[in-house]
Design a protein around this ligand. Structure first.
Ligand code: SAM
Length: 282
C-alpha cells in the first residue's frame, strides 16, 4: 500500500538540497558531448502545484522553495539554482518542479530519461507532464518498481548514467533495499553516478544508511547533510536530510563547501541548523 504522496512535501528543505545536488551533477555531465542516461527510480509526479490543498495542508514548501524565491540578498552560490528552477517552470504558475522535470529541462537532445513511479496516480500525472516537454521521446515513464527498474537499465548503452534514488522510506525495508540495489547496480555498472537521498531522523535505520552506503563506495563519495532544526523531543519527524553521491564529479565537494553555508542560513528554522560535508574523491 502506497500512502506517501510527494504533493504534500514538494519544495520543502529536503527538495532544495536534493535538487541542488542533482542540478550540479547534471551540469557536470553536460560538459562532455557524449549522451548520458538519467534514471529516476522514485520519480513522483514531475510538477506540483504549491496552491493545491495537499501543499497548503502542511505548507512545507514555505520553508524551502518559498524562502529561496523570496530571498532578496540571495548568496551568489544559490543564484544558479534559483534560475534553473524558475526557468524550467511554465510562466505565471504556482508550480514547483520534481526531479524528473528539472532533469528533463537540464538534459540535452541526445540524453535519455528513464523514470519509474509506482503510484498509479502519480505515474499518470508524470506521463501527462512528460508529454509537454521538448522532444518527449527522450523520456520514458514506467509505472513500476524503481529498484528493479534501475537494475534492468544497467549498464546504459551510452555507458554514462546519472541515477537518482529517492524513496519515501515509509517502509522500513526501503533502507535495506537501497543498499541491496546499489550493491547489484555497482556490480552491473561500477562507473555510474548514483545520488541517494535519505531523511535525517532520530531512528536507527536512517542513521545507519549513510554508514552502509560508505561501505559500498569507500573511495569515491560525497555525503552532504543539512539539518534545519533540532530533533523534536519525542523523536518524531525529519529534522534534516542528506544526499550520498557515489562516483561524484570531482568538483562537487568544492561546490558544496561554498553553497552549504548559504543554504543552511537560508533554510535554518532554529539556531541549531547546521550542515555536514564528508567526501573522498578517487
Ligand atoms: N524524486 C521526486 C522529486 O524529487 O521530485 C520525489 C519522489 S517521492 C520522495 C517518492 C516517490 O516514490 C513517491 O511518488 C512514491 O509514490 C514513489 N514510490 C514508492 N515506492 C516506489 C517504488 N518501489 N518504485 C517506484 N516508485 C516508488
Amino acid at each position: 500500500m502506497l500512502s506517501y504522496r510527494h504533493a504534500f512535501h514538494s519544495g520543502n528543505h529536503a527538495d532544495i538540497l536534493k535538487h541542488y545536488c542533482l542540478m550540479t551533477v547534471l551540469e557536470y555531465f553536460k560538459l562532455k558531448d557524449k549522451p548520458f542516461c538519467y534514471v529516476d527510480t522514485h520519480a513522483g509526479a514531475g510538477l506540483y502545484s504549491l496552491i493545491s490543498k495537499e501543499a497548503q495542508k502542511v505548507g512545507e514548501y514555505r520553508e524551502g522553495i518559498g524562502r529561496l524565491l523570496a530571498a532578496t540578498n540571495l548568496d551568489n552560490s544559490l543564484k544558479q539554482f534559483r534560475n534553473a528552477v524558475v526557468s524550467c517552470l511554465p510562466d505565471d504558475t504556482n508550480l514547483y518542479c520534481g526531479s524528473p522535470w528539472l532533469a528533463q529541462a537540464l538534459a540535452r537532445e541526445q540524453d535519455r530519461l528513464r523514470l519509474f513511479e509506482l503510484h498509479p496516480a502519480d505515474a499518470e500525472l508524470l506521463r501527462n507532464n512528460m508529454r509537454n516537454i521538448k522532444q518527449p521521446n527522450r523520456a520514458q515513464v514506467f509505472c513500476d518498481d524503481g529498484f528493479k527498474g534501475l537494475l534492468s537499465m544497467l549498464p546504459p548503452p551510452s555507458r554514462r548514467a546519472v541515477v537518482l534514488i529517492d524513496p519515501p522510506y515509509e517502509l522500513k525495508q526501503d533502507y535495506q533495499q537501497v543498499t541491496d540495489t546499489l550493491k547489484t547496480a555497482l556490480k552491473k555498472f561500477a562507473s555510474g553516478c548514483y545520488l541517494i537521498w535519505y531523511p535525517c531522523l532520530s531512528r536507527g535505520e536512517s542513521l545507519k544508511l549513510p554508514q552502509n552506503l560508505q561501505k559500498l563506495a569507500p573511495d569515491n563519495f560525497v555525503q552532504a547533510e543539512l539539518y534545519v532544526h533540532a530533533p523534536r523531543p519525542d523523536g518524531f519527524g525529519m529534522h534534516g536530510s542528506g544526499m550520498f553521491i557515489i562516483n561524484p564529479p570531482y568538483t562537487l565537494p568544492g561546490i558544496l563547501e561554498k553553497v552549504l553555508p548559504a543554504m543552511t542560513r537560508l533554510l535554518a528554522q532554529d539556531d541549531s541548523a547546521h550542515f555536514v560535508l564528508n567526501s573522498v574523491i578517487a
